[in-house]
Design a protein around this ligand. Structure first.
Ligand SMILES: Cc1cc2nc3c(=O)[nH]c(=O)nc-3n(C[C@H](O)[C@H](O)[C@H](O)COP(=O)(O)OP(=O)(O)OC[C@H]3O[C@@H](n4cnc5c(N)ncnc54)[C@H](O)[C@@H]3O)c2cc1C
Ligand SMILES: NC(=O)c1ccc[n+]([C@@H]2O[C@H](COP(=O)([O-])OP(=O)(O)OC[C@H]3O[C@@H](n4cnc5c(N)ncnc54)[C@H](OP(=O)(O)O)[C@@H]3O)[C@@H](O)[C@H]2O)c1
Length: 443
């Protein structure tokens, strides 16, 4: 009898875990990949920027894993709502939690809850067509916008704000989102780093792309570009970033429709506005004993939108241990408790590229197989009938393919790229039921 393993979450960590479990030779394993959405691939589908089509194509690799014999996709099943720890431990020999990091971190400054102050998680979900965020969530009616943070997510957000709708037409951005991007009034984007160019988290390739924007002039203030110490002493990636930024500081704007100001040594201290965001107050910073401190010199930007891109964080899963300090599930090489494991962002926090999750999943699988080595798999019930008793029926892999087909059909009908995301859950479930009217199936 094969070992039966439940994987919760179908992002890169979940799918790489499924691959590592089913491709090893030590023991036969069957896995169910349980996912709250009707669609697999996590942030590859709902995070990776729509114009990064070559990165998005990694979904092709993940797809082949979900099609392996011994792997079953159970979509539309939310851990904590439809199933819990006890259910899974009754139906499987082991459970691996791979639910990622779904929410934003906060800055903890006054005015953060004003309308117009938004999380990058929401904005990214919006342009990626995530069913949690409706297509009418954002109106880009402010001429000036601030993006807080200088990581790769901030770079994605800035690029989407800076590009024309025409440039994004061939991507999978939902049609209504594209219309709102076409109506965008944004003229100036301020990207704010609270430390120096040498401390920025973005990677060189992603940074360089900003310098190639045809719709925006990219500006860096010469006084914010220098770094302390010898450039040659910096690690190669960091030195590359600094060189690019210093070159931009010497650029003269050529009057492109939009302008991107990349700022350093400024921290947000208050979001101002009467009923909605009207301005952002910044304070110049410096480092003291390695910590960012304010200098008492302030500047106010007249922005109508503040997008905080200061990192993601995981949320606790009901009944599963969680550290409020690290905001991850405490584990030893992936082991949480007997027969319970963790992988991906939920295990190590929200850092690292897609590929990082492969080695991470491999470590968890090694731990799991070593723990279960020699253990006789118990005869266990299948999860699907248990779900049926609760009136829940999973979206199958084949049904997911019908959503994909509907997205391709929509793209063809709109004369856009390879696919266009369907607007919302009802439309996706409509495609599952074979309907084109966007209505959800009954029951
Ligand atoms: C905006 C953004 C853009 C990125 N772009 C890139 C890029 O271009 N290149 C790159 O290499 N890396 C990129 N990354 C990093 C990469 O996406 C992550 O390393 C990776 O997705 C983490 O994998 P994961 O499986 O741990 O989490 P996720 O990809 O978040 O997957 C978690 C899955 O769990 C599901 N889930 C959550 N809760 C439940 C529940 N209760 N029950 C069932 N299912 C649940 C979610 O719906 C999701 O499908 C990006 C990250 C972000 C945030
Ligand atoms: N194309 C790609 O490969 C790609 C695309 C997107 C994401 N990713 C990956 O996904 C991961 C997450 O990216 P991310 O951009 O969300 O996170 P990140 O890389 O951790 O960057 C977060 C940024 O927010 C800043 N910040 C944090 N708290 C702040 C505060 N209170 N006030 C002001 N600034 C604050 C950080 O500055 P400090 O450094 O000063 O804390 C940092 O600049 C990263 O590993 C990233 O590489 C990759």
């Amino acid at each position: 009898m094969p070992l039966r393993v439940a994987i919760v979450g179908s992002g890169p960590a979940g799918v790489y875990t499924a691959e590592a479990l089913t491709k090893q030779a030590a023991a036969p394993v069957e896995v169910d990949v349980i996912e709250r959405l009707p669609t697999p691939y996590g942030l590859v589908r709902y995070g990776v920027a729509p114009d990064h089509t070559s990165i998005k194509s990694i979904a092709g690799y993940l797809r082949r894993v979900l099609e392996l014999p011994g792997v079953r996709f159970l979509g539309g099943i939310e851990f904590g709502r439809d199933v819990g720890v006890e259910d899974l431990l009754a139906c499987y020999d082991a459970v691996v939690y791979c639910t990622g990091a779904m929410v934003d971190r906060r800055m903890g400054i006054p005015g953060e809850d004003l309308p117009g102050s938004v999380a990058a998680t929401d904005f990214v979900n919006w342009y990626c067509g995530h069913p949690d965020v409706p297509a009418d969530r954002f109106v880009l009616d402010s001429p000036e916008v601030a993006v807080i943070g200088v990581g790769n997510v901030a770079v994605d957000v800035v690029r989407v704000l800076a590009k024309t709708a025409q440039e994004l037409r061939a991507t999978d951005v939902p049609e209504e989102v594209l219309a709102r991007l076409a109506d965008s009034q944004v003229k100036a984007i301020h990207m704010i780093g609270r430390r120096g160019p040498e401390h920025a988290k973005f990677t060189l390739k992603e940074l360089r792309e900003l310098g190639e924007l045809t719709n925006a002039d990219v500006c860096v203030r010469p006084e914010e570009a220098p770094v302390s110490g010898e450039l040659s002493a910096l690690p190669r990636q960091v030195r590359g970033n600094v060189e690019v930024l210093q070159a931009w500081a010497a650029r003269i704007p050529v009057g492109r429709p939009r302008r991107l100001d990349v700022r350093f040594w400024m921290r947000p201290v208050e979001i101002l506005g009467d009923g909605r965001v009207e301005a952002l107050r910044l304070e110049r910073t410096r480092l003291q004993d390695g910590r960012v401190v304010g200098t008492g010199v302030f500047e106010t930007l007249p922005v109508g939108m503040v997008l905080r891109s200061v990192g993601y964080q995981s949320v606790p899963l009901p009944g599963v241990p969680f550290s409020e300090t690290t905001m991850t599930v405490p584990n030893e090489a992936g082991r949480v408790r007997e027969r319970e494991y963790v992988a991906g962002w939920l295990k190590r926090g929200p850092t690292g590229v897609i590929g990082t999750n492969k080695s991470d999943a491999a470590e968890t699988v090694r731990t799991l197989l070593a723990d279960l080595d020699g253990r006789e798999p118990a005869a266990r019930a299948d999860l699907v009938p248990l779900l049926a008793e609760r009136g829940v029926s999973p979206v199958t892999y084949r049904q997911w393919l019908s959503i994909e087909a509907a997205e391709a059909e929509l793209a063809r009908s709109l004369d856009r790229g390879e696919r266009v995301k369907l607007p919302g859950l009802a439309a996706m479930l409509g495609a599952v039921a074979g309907r084109r009217d966007g209505a959800a199936p009954e029951g």
